[in-house]
Design a protein around this ligand. Structure first.
Ligand SMILES: CC(C)(COP(=O)(O)OP(=O)(O)OC[C@H]1O[C@@H](n2cnc3c(N)ncnc32)[C@H](O)[C@@H]1OP(=O)(O)O)[C@@H](O)C(=O)NCCC(=O)NCCS
Length: 154
């Protein structure tokens, strides 16, 4: 079977994709961080998922940054490993930004992230629901620096 070629773009490259990303994430999205850090996976040119590197995600933990946020794969594209690809893209961006540790909060996908090398840190409340705070250590980085998104996409 032939597979559609996969490609990553950011909302900085493709601002025309912002409406579809917004429609996927709905009102519960974390702020979309800088458009250069909001990734969209294209499968044969068709938007097939998104994930962001966000400055903030969990309101009660402003001390932690940055975050993997807004992971979403639309139903028609699920079960093809796209979530792992999107998580990998965000981790690579964090490494490139010399970030030593990434954070996320999830209500329902702890085991998915655990298989990708993430560790549960403890319980959290996210948008009023019970959730889990998780971290990903990205290994030693030279001259680690505080993460700052350049500008907001939303
Ligand atoms: C969760 C989600 C991103 C998975 O996307 P996907 O592209 O289908 O994931 P993959 O194809 O990479 O699947 C990876 C594996 O994780 C499993 N998985 C899928 N959703 C899962 C979940 N919520 N919890 C745990 N495991 C899950 C799959 O069964 C698959 O297992 P397998 O390899 O043994 O078959 C997608 O279902 C989605 O967008 N859901 C709605 C939004 C959401 O829940 N986002 C994450 C919350 S933080």
């Amino acid at each position: 079977m032939q597979h559609a070629p996969l490609d990553f773009v950011t909302l900085k490259d493709r601002p025309d994709l912002l409406p579809i990303v917004r429609s996927w994430l709905g009102s519960r999205r974390s702020s979309l961080a800088g458009p250069e850090h909001c990734f969209v996976l294209l499968a044969g040119g068709v938007p097939a998922g998104t994930a962001s590197l966000a400055e903030n995600s969990l309101e009660t933990r402003p001390d932690l940054t940055p975050w993997l946020a807004n992971l979403f794969v639309p139903p028609a594209f699920r079960g093809r490993g796209h979530s792992a690809r999107l998580v990998g893209a965000v981790e690579a961006a964090a490494r490139a930004a010399r970030v030593p540790t990434l954070w996320l909060v999830t209500r329902s996908a702890e085991s998915l992230y655990a298989r990708l090398g993430w560790h549960a840190v403890g319980p959290a409340i996210f948008h009023g629901d019970p959730a889990t705070l998780m971290r990903r250590d990205l290994g030693p980085v030279q001259n680690p620096k505080p993460y700052r998104a350049e500008s907001a996409a939303t």
